[in-house]
Design a protein around this ligand. Structure first.
Ligand SMILES: NC(=O)c1ccc[n+]([C@@H]2O[C@H](COP(=O)([O-])OP(=O)(O)OC[C@H]3O[C@@H](n4cnc5c(N)ncnc54)[C@H](O)[C@@H]3O)[C@@H](O)[C@H]2O)c1
Length: 309
């Protein structure tokens, strides 16, 4: 699935080798992916496609943050190391000026125009860098955290902090498991799609929700479908997963059969309906008579519906 098809070798065992990381960081063959929160630096390849700007160490040396903050080693591809770095907006603007066709764009929907492998680099980077930004201080004593393992571990800078003695001695990157399900009628002829108020007008999607502690994927699917559209799910089968960089959901794609009376939770959803297979095909192809549509091909919601139709 899109955002989850990286072709890099993550080389996780080398993250603890500080000398190797330092050497690769400053090697001019190394490539840097630049971002600022939800923005990325790209070069248009044609009207519909973008590529990430390639920058080497020399080009960004003076902008690199102190103490390796906002910085992560993504991995190696064709013997070239790839790092990602979060830079201030003004810095990105300055770098862009040096590259004729480069521009800073909003990652959504911009990242949907990247090649699959670059979209996966972006999702890896945004998941890591947003986690680092959210963990600047120790949750036990409030002192600043220190980055370790090429960006993959944070420890407390206060050596007297109890985290240095306890089992939970460090903070690791966070991934939020989330179910997303195509909910199908028992006769297989219809599926339920719903829309949240924040969706673009006309867009309907599959039922989704975060897994809670103590829940299996199946139990979460049963609960979310019941909560959101009032239907009882009989069986759930897992299809595939997608890392969704908003900022770090792991979408667990399921198919489920459900019956009962549709009852939409109006606190969370603006609308929810049964759609026939034919309607869904029209929505996927952008030719629905009422102008309704489903998420784009890059979203696992689209892939689940594709499997069902
Ligand atoms: N890739 C796809 O096809 C696709 C389709 C639908 C939804 N999604 C993603 O699935 C996720 C969940 O969808 P949703 O519609 O329920 O989202 P949502 O963002 O509307 O969240 C629903 C509720 O869950 C709680 N919540 C928010 N963040 C949480 C977290 N990290 N952990 C636990 N609870 C949290 C909040 O109370 C929030 O109101 C979102 O990230 C959304 O972007 C992806």
């Amino acid at each position: 699935n899109f955002f989850s098809n990286s072709t890099i070798q993550r080389q996780s065992k080398l993250r603890t080798d500080e000398n190797w990381i330092q050497e690769k960081m400053t090697d001019n063959k190394t490539r840097y992916v630049l971002m600022n929160r939800n923005e990325i630096v790209v070069i248009p390849t044609n009207k519909r496609h973008l590529t990430l700007l390639n920058v080497n160490y020399e080009m960004i040396e003076k902008y690199l943050p102190a103490n390796n903050r906002n910085f992560v080693f993504l991995g190696e591809q064709d013997k070239q190391c790839i790092f990602a770095v979060h830079l201030e907006k003004l810095v990105l603007a300055e770098i862009v000026k040096l590259h004729q066709e480069a521009r800073v764009i909003h990652a959504f929907p911009g990242a949907l125009k990247l090649r699959q492998d670059e979209a996966s680099l972006y999702s890896h980077a945004v998941g890591m860098l947003s986690w680092q930004r959210s963990q600047r201080f120790c949750s036990v004593c409030g002192n600043a955290t220190v980055i370790k393992d090429a960006g993959y571990k944070l420890t407390c800078s206060n050596h007297k902090c109890s985290t240095h003695k306890g089992a939970v001695s460090a903070s690791y990157p966070r991934v939020d498991p989330t179910i997303i399900s195509a909910v199908i009628s028992p006769d297989q002829s219809r599926t339920v799609l719903a829309r949240q108020p924040r969706f673009p007008p006309g867009m309907f999607s599959c039922i989704a929700g975060f897994v809670e502690p103590g829940e299996s994927v199946e139990a979460c699917c049963v609960r979310e479908v019941e909560e959101e559209v009032g239907l009882r799910v009989h069986d759930v089968s897992y299809l595939s997963s997608q890392f969704w960089p908003m900022p770090a959901s792991l979408m667990l794609g399921c198919l489920a059969t459900a019956d009962g009376e549709l009852s939409v939770d109006s606190a969370e959803l603006e609308d929810g309906r049964w759609f026939t297979r034919e309607e869904v095909v029209d929505m996927m192809c952008g030719r629905h008579a009422g102008g309704l549509f489903v998420p784009p091909v890059q979203a696992i919601a689209h892939q689940l519906l594709q499997t069902w139709v």
